[in-house]
Design a protein around this ligand. Structure first.
Ligand SMILES: [Zn+2]
Length: 274
C-alpha cells in the first residue's frame, strides 16, 4: 500500500482558488483538485439553503405527524357520530311509525276524520320533528288512552237501582242487559263517546238507541218514551239521547241498558264506573 501525502495551497491573485494535491510515496500516481473560491462560496451558500430546507422539512414533518394523529382522532369521532346519527334516524323512523299508528287510532275514534294519507304523513313528520319526541309520544299515548277511555261505555246512562241483573246464558231468565229503575221523563245519557247506529222502534225494545263506540263495542238503551238523537249523530259520554219511558216489552218506566262486544252481550256492570 502506498502512503498518501496531502497538499493544500490557497492560490493568490484573481481568480483565487484552492489546490488540493494528493501524492503517493511510490510511483507516479498523484491526484489534484483545483477549486475556485467563488465556487466554494456557491457551494457553502447551497449547503446553507439545503440546511434551512432540511430544518423546515423537519418541523413540517413533525407537524404532519401531529396532524395525522389529529385526523385519526377526528375520523374515530366521525365514526361514533355516524353510528349515533344512524340510531337517531332509526328512532325517528320508529317514532314516525308510532305517531302514525296513534293518528290512525285518533282517526278511528273520529278525532281526525277523512284525512288523506299524504296529509297524515306530512303531519306525522311535522309533529315528530317539532319539540321533544319523548314528550310528544307520551302526550299522544295519554291522549289515545284518554280517547279510548271516553269511547268505552262506562258512564251510567241514568242513576237508579238495578232492578234486574245481566244474564248472558240463553234459556229461561236470559237478559242481555241490566234494568235501571228511573222516573218517566228522566234524561237518558250516552254511556260513552260514539256514533248513533240506530235511533228507532221495535216491538221488544220500544223506542231505542244503539250507539257504536268503536273497538267492537256498542251500547243499547231501550223502552224510552222518546228519543233526542237521530241515526249518525255523534255523541259524547253524558250527552242526553232519550227520555225514560215504558215502551215495548215493559211493565213500568225503566231503562234497559246493554253493552255488546263484537255483538256478544257483556255485563254492563263490568264497564260502568262508579
Ligand atoms: Zn231489561
Amino acid at each position: 500500500m502506498p502512503a498518501w501525502k496531502w497538499f493544500f495551497e490557497v492560490g493568490r491573485g484573481a481568480p483565487r482558488f484552492v489546490r488540493i494535491r494528493m501524492e503517493a510515496d511510490r510511483g507516479p500516481r498523484a491526484r489534484e483538485w483545483i477549486l475556485r473560491i467563488s465556487a466554494l462560496r456557491l457551494l457553502a451558500a447551497l449547503a446553507a439553503v439545503a440546511l434551512v430546507g432540511l430544518a423546515v422539512l423537519f418541523v413540517f414533518s413533525g407537524s404532519l405527524v401531529v396532524e395525522r394523529h389529529r385526523r385519526h382522532l377526528l375520523e374515530r369521532r366521525i365514526d361514533v357520530l355516524t353510528t349515533r346519527v344512524a340510531r337517531v334516524h332509526s328512532l325517528e323512523t320508529q317514532l314516525e311509525e308510532t305517531t302514525l299508528v296513534l293518528l290512525k287510532v285518533q282517526e278511528m275514534l273520529g278525532v281526525r276524520e277523512g284525512m288523506p294519507d299524504s296529509v297524515l304523513a306530512d303531519l306525522v313528520v311535522r309533529e315528530t320533528r317539532a319539540g321533544d319526541p319523548r314528550a310528544l309520544l307520551e302526550g299522544r299515548l295519554a291522549l289515545a288512552s284518554q280517547q279510548m277511555l271516553h269511547a268505552t261505555p262506562n258512564a251510567w246512562p241514568v242513576r237508579g237501582w238495578v232492578t234486574r241483573e245481566f244474564q248472558g246464558k240463553r234459556g229461561p231468565g236470559y237478559h242481555p242487559g241490566i234494568d235501571i229503575a228511573a222516573d218517566a221523563g228522566t234524561p237518558v245519557r250516552a254511556a260513552g263517546d260514539g256514533t248513533v247506529l240506530v235511533a228507532g222502534w221495535n216491538e221488544e225494545y220500544g223506542n231505542f238507541v244503539l250507539i257504536d263506540h268503536g273497538f267492537g263495542l256498542t251500547s243499547l238503551y231501550a223502552h224510552n218514551s222518546s228519543l233526542s238523537v237521530v241515526k249518525e249523530d255523534r255523541v259524547r259520554a253524558g250527552d242526553p239521547i232519550a227520555f225514560v219511558g215504558s215502551t215495548g216489552h215493559s211493565t213500568g218506566p225503566h231503562l234497559h241498558f246493554e253493552v255488546r262486544r263484537n255483538g256478544i252481550p257483556m255485563d254492563p256492570k263490568n264497564y260502568l264506573l262508579e
